[in-house]
Design a binder for this molecule. Structure first.
Ligand code: PLP
Length: 403
């Protein structure tokens, strides 16, 4: 939400920069507290991929949050911020031998395939190590039905159980954790809760068949943020209360396991704004046109949304690139009362650089400022800043004043 405080801050920075990201630590800290209060018995992980800005990592990792790393680089980034190796979980498909070797001992490896388990075992053998690992499972259920779906992520549940006799004989690995993640950006807490129930039940079966206690159960991510005007917050208080009931039911079963919840966008998304300027306006064949600085090559998501929804209004989400129609709203920070239908393009030499067609807005003039909320996650990281060799947006971080 654009508070008066933020409006003033953004306009002040807009006098100095043509386009910029603005990360507000105060908002970030509020999101952290909110999530931790809702899940007091669970350990929150931060999914670094959504925004690895150093100041964001420092704030998050100094708040008792562990790391969800999706690459060797993210393992190093967490480590540099002081996260201990047994609090960094490295989960990604297709980890190369180089990445596995470098990551060994620097984090908890989450194996994404049966081949990967065997490769980790072989690598550990060369170093005479016994490596505790997690396994990412592709379960026989989804958010919406009770059957499995083909996925590039994880090991199919049935394949895992079939391979267990072999896996138990591998002498250089020990399976100590289970990880699942099926989708992001879910706002219905009931849906998330049913998913959690299924994961607990699956994990208890895995533990039984392993004959050894799990040390962690990673429920993955999923908690969304309301991008669109017709959406409301996911009720994480209710979700936390239901999860607590589940945790108590399984307390004896998982007496040695930490319950982990991943989050990227919930933590970092709301703290970020993307701000740019209108550079020019013109009329063309009866249409009002405004040209803004750094759109496609400053903040990709609005352009992608325009592209996808211009092809199909009902295209399914493809996070983190595209969510749905109306998910990249913006504010015009001028005081104009006059309204006008306008099409907003960016200033790249491609007609695909467009963020809005024929939308009714306060009449735009050169120098006007556009401010996009929810730009703290999957925003700067996804954007091709190098395209067209323009000056990229600045990235600003406003440190919260300490009480
Ligand atoms: C395994 C895993 N964990 C966590 C996340 C972060 O999800 P989000 O930023 O939607 O919370 C993702 C996102 O794709 C993911 O694939």
């Amino acid at each position: 939400m654009l508070t008066q405080r933020l409006r003033t801050l953004l306009l002040a920075e807009a006098k100095k920069h043509e386009s910029f990201y603005f990360y507000d630590e105060q908002t970030l800290v509020e999101s952290i507290h909110h999530l931790q209060q809702a899940f007091p018995h669970e350990q929150i992980l931060y999914s670094i991929k959504c925004n690895p800005h150093r100041a964001i990592l420092k704030t998050i990792f100094s708040s008792d949050i562990d790391a969800d790393a999706a690459s060797l680089g993210e393992v190093y980034a967490a480590s540099d911020c002081g996260v201990p190796s047994d609090h960094i979980y490295y989960s990604a498909p297709g980890k190369s031998d180089y990445c596995l070797e470098k990551a060994l001992g620097q984090c908890i490896l989450i194996a994404d395939s049966l081949n990967e388990i065997r490769r980790i075992n072989a690598l550990a053998a060369t170093k005479n190590m016994k490596v505790p690992i997690g396994v990412r499972i592709n379960p026989n259920f989804s958010y919406t039905d009770k059957k499995g779906h083909s996925s590039k992520f994880g090991i199919d549940e049935d394949a895992f159980f079939s391979a267990l006799p072999e896996l138990k004989k591998l002498s250089h690995i020990l399976i100590i954790g289970v990880h699942t993640h099926l989708r992001s950006q879910e706002l219905n807490w009931n849906t998330l809760c049913s998913y959690y129930k299924n994961v607990f039940s699956l994990a208890s079966l895995i533990q039984e068949k392993l004959d050894s206690p799990l040390c962690f159960l990673n429920l993955g991510s999923g908690i969304g943020i309301p991008y669109c005007q017709d959406e409301t917050d996911c009720d994480i208080e209710s979700l936390g209360q239901e999860l607590e009931k589940l945790r108590v039911i399984y307390e004896d079963t998982f007496s040695q396991a930490r319950i982990l919840i991943e989050s990227g966008r919930y933590l970092a998304g709301p703290c970020g704004w993307y701000v740019t300027h209108i550079i020019d306006t013109k009329e063309s064949h009866g249409s009002h046109i405004a040209i803004a600085a750094n759109t496609l090559n400053g903040f990709l998501r609005p352009c992608l949304e325009h592209l996808v929804t211009s092809i199909s209004e009902t295209a399914p989400a493809r996070e983190p690139l595209f969510y749905r129609t109306g998910s990249t709203p913006f504010y015009v920070l001028n005081d104009t009362q006059e309204m006008e239908k306008v099409t907003i393009y960016g200033n790249l030499c491609t007609a695909a650089d467009i963020i809005a067609s024929d939308v009714l807005l306060p009449k735009l003039s050169p120098g006007d400022v556009l401010a996009f909320p929810h730009a703290g996650a999957y925003s700067a990281v996804l954007t091709p800043f190098q395209f067209s060799s323009q000056v990229p947006p600045e990235i600003l971080f406003l440190t919260a004043s300490k009480p």
